[in-house]
Design a protein around this ligand. Structure first.
Ligand code: NAD
Length: 371
């Protein structure tokens, strides 16, 4: 074992104490990280530092990356092999696996039964892989969850709280609308991936919509390539999650808007019978610098809707939301809840929606009869 001596943050204004639940103590629970890549360095570990989660060790196929990350974040141990890590893991451990989806199954097979584990999204590269992951976690009786962390972003928690309290009445519309420039080529593994936009990006919005409305009756989708990236899988998507006659749930993403910041957009909007909430989130805009988030809402008072108001929320999607997905695994690991809200048993349905979206896109729409 090697011993190592060893944000992007968009704040709008002062904190809103109501939206920031205090974290319970997790005593001597220790986190062991597998994978020391971009997302671990920019989101997982900064979030855990903020939350005070104790990270004890890190392993990556590339030891130098593990060692550098350990030094940067004051992690006591960096390991050269997964076997070396497992030899030193105490019983009170949580594994945080943040490797490409293709490596997930092989790693899960090596972790001990009854482990607590947080898996980076996606849950494998397709539904078949997700089902295999689910099967392994069931057979090994693991406390396993998926890192669909957008559910726990502070602005989403604030919106959920308002909606649960009835502030905007009965929900009848959710729209996610993205028009930005995402430099896909910065992620090598995506260049060859048979699935890109829905599996690696819109999956967050599919999971988010499920977390508000449950599972849809069906999914319609069209995911489209871009002429500037002819050799890549589709990078733009329109997805309709079908919740019947009275609820509209749409995701529209264009990551190829290369025409400056003026018309870049990225928002999530909820409409209900008594009001609406719109969150313009900044992380995707002017990438990688980002822009501030904005939380706005309108409600009905005395039969009339008020002016739109702004709410100040502390923290953002990256990295703050990463506290929530790990917290769920830790709460279950310490018996404070029966299972994580983001458990593999729940997230398999997000993967099923992703699969349905790709199948819908392949099948195509209905040809106009007169042509
Ligand atoms: N919002 C999010 O939740 C979010 C954002 C970005 C990336 N991700 C996901 O996180 C995962 C990693 O993304 P990244 O941007 O950090 O990629 P990255 O390429 O920067 O890092 C991946 C790391 O995993 C290591 N690795 C690969 N296979 C391994 C194995 N078998 N054992 C140990 N280490 C291994 C690599 O050496 C590399 O250091 C991807 O699945 C991606 O989809 C999620």
């Amino acid at each position: 074992m090697e011993t190592i001596s060893a944000k992007r943050e968009h704040k709008m204004s002062k904190p809103d104490p109501i939206e920031q639940p205090s974290l319970p103590s997790f005593g001597d629970l220790r986190v062991f990280v597998i994978g020391a890549g971009g997302i671990v360095n920019t989101a997982h570990l900064p979030a855990y530092q903020m939350a005070g989660f104790q990270v004890q060790g890190i392993y990556d196929l590339d030891f130098n990356k593990a060692a550098d990350t350990a030094e940067k974040f004051g992690i006591p141990y960096a390991f050269k092999t997964i076997e070396e890590m497992l030899d030193h893991v105490p019983s009170n451990a949580v594994f945080d696996v943040a490797v490409p989806g293709s490596a997930m199954i092989q790693i899960l097979q090596q972790l001990p039964p009854h482990s607590s584990v947080l898996l980076q999204k996606p849950m494998g590269e397709n539904l078949a892989a997700a089902e295999e992951i689910l099967e392994i976690t069931r057979t090994k009786k693991m406390n396993a969850a998926v890192n669909f962390q957008l559910r726990y972003a502070p602005f989403i928690r604030a919106a959920r709280k308002m909606i649960n309290e009835g502030a905007i009445g009965e929900l009848n519309d959710i729209e996610v609308n993205i028009n930005v420039h995402t430099p896909w080529y910065t992620w090598d593994f995506l260049l060859k991936s048979p699935r890109v936009e829905i599996l690696y990006h819109s999956i967050h919005y599919i999971d988010l919509i499920r977390s508000f409305l449950g599972n849809p009756e069906s999914v319609y989708a069209k995911t489209t390539k871009h002429p500037a990236m002819k050799n890549m899988a589709p990078v733009r998507s329109n997805i309709i999650m079908d919740y019947g006659e009275m609820i509209r749930a749409n995701i529209l993403t264009n990551h190829s808007h290369v025409y400056g910041r003026r018309h870049q957009t990225s928002f999530i909007k909820w409409e209900g019978s008594k009001g609406a909430i719109k969150i313009s989130f900044g992380v995707l805009k002017n990438y990688p610098q980002g822009e501030p988030d904005k939380f706005e809402y309108v409600v009905t008072e005395n039969g009339k809707y008020t002016d739109w108001r702004t709410k100040f929320i502390e923290g953002s999607w990256f990295p703050h939301a990463f506290i929530g997905s790990m917290e769920q695994v830790m709460l279950a690991a310490t018996g404070k809840i029966a299972k994580p809200d983001n458990s593999v048993e729940d997230c398999i349905f997000t993967m099923a929606c992703v699969e349905a979206a790709y199948r819908s896109s392949e099948q195509g729409g209905i040809r106009p009869g007169a042509l």
